[in-house]
Design a protein around this ligand. Sequence first.
Ligand SMILES: NC(=O)c1ccc[n+]([C@@H]2O[C@H](COP(=O)([O-])OP(=O)(O)OC[C@H]3O[C@@H](n4cnc5c(N)ncnc54)[C@H](OP(=O)(O)O)[C@@H]3O)[C@@H](O)[C@H]2O)c1
Length: 424
Amino acid sequence: MSHRAQPAPAAHGVAGAAGNAPFRVGLLGHGTVGSGFSALLAQRADEIERFNGRRPVISGILTRSQGDFDEILQGADLLVELIGGIEPARSYLLAAMRAGKDVVSANKQLLSQHGEELFETAREHGVRLRFEAAVAGAVPIVRVLEESLSATPIERVHGIVNGTTNFILSEMYNGSSYAQALADAQAKGYAEADPSDDVSGRDAAAKMAILARLAFGSPVHLDDVHYEGIEHLHGDDLQYARELGLGLKLIGTAERRQGGLSVRVYPALLYSGHPLASVQGPFNAVTIESETIIEITMSGPGAGGPQTASAVLGDVVSVMTGGARPPAPPLELPIIKDVDSAFYVHMEVADRPGVLAALMHALGEHGVSIRSVVQRGMDESARLVMVTHAVPESSLRAAIDQVAQLDFLRGAPRTIRVIEEEFI
Ligand SMILES: NC(=O)c1ccc[n+]([C@@H]2O[C@H](COP(=O)([O-])OP(=O)(O)OC[C@H]3O[C@@H](n4cnc5c(N)ncnc54)[C@H](OP(=O)(O)O)[C@@H]3O)[C@@H](O)[C@H]2O)c1
């Protein structure tokens, strides 16, 4: 006898209220994630019905060539948006929530640019807006921040939230050039034909805006996130990092600073004991820090159709079981732009007496002090690699602008932030 003949009673109000009627999921978008989601839902429907009492079914699919939005909306208990981009995804989600429907989306660009409008609409209409798959793919960081740690005052969230750049940097660390590593990422399907959102840091910035909103409850727009990518990194920066025993990662940071919030994405050197230093290849990882919980790190596949689809289905099940609530009203914390950091500074200079003293003087005028220096001779010039103590970024930039004018410089200085904490 099939176990569907006698469904288990629903444990929560949402499923119980509708008895054993199927739970109708309207699907907007049927590409990489959408098709993975509909296949996974069909595969998992028996099991979901067994513990939930209702069977999830796809009640309609919208793509550019099939389906009618209004009909799909009317015939669904919940809509899943897997179209991507701003429009028409935004209008569809707003219309669904205004019609009293819960929604699930994987759309980081939309949430990082129109999050407040979506949250406000969800609140106003008392519906759930779930978006686990918008950040870090299969890593359940959204739910952990929204639910498990909702009573924990979070100080900082550090993340590797872009698998493409982590793969490229891992390959460069092992000796590949940037161009080779990018071509390899494209061949393996980790990078799109146009990788600009990934390598510029914009994709990670969108995800950090979403994580910051969840961790601190304050609105953070993509435009509030200062981001830098990995295109300007040189192979020899990675070689120096290896020599210094440091990892080099594209890091997103969202943290409380000076009574406000700082959210940024930047390549950073990390000591080998840092929980993010060992994350290799296309994986994502997020570390949450708080006095109460010390530190928690979660890692796993950051993208991919089946992995992302599994996060989307998890959201659907969470709504079915009544496990999610409408978003809370926002707090308003100011965005802090100028934050302290230690820096790695790479310079090529003429190899002649007095150069180091002149450099130290120029840096010292802006309050930049040096923690360590390595010097290498190269024919007529020398390569200097310094690590500074923590200094406001604006002071470092002013110092580097002044240094760049010195006549013994052989090229533009390069800088990379250093995350100084050593975890034992
Ligand atoms: N791919 C990943 O690994 C991944 C990971 C995390 C998050 N995400 C997010 O998941 C979402 C979907 O990504 P994806 O990779 O599955 O995208 P995709 O493969 O490009 O699929 C997009 C789907 O949306 C449909 N669509 C596009 N414009 C539409 C319109 N105007 N009206 C109706 N349907 C439209 C497309 O229809 P046609 O079939 O007619 O073209 C297609 O079925 C995005 O928000 C993305 O950021 C993706």
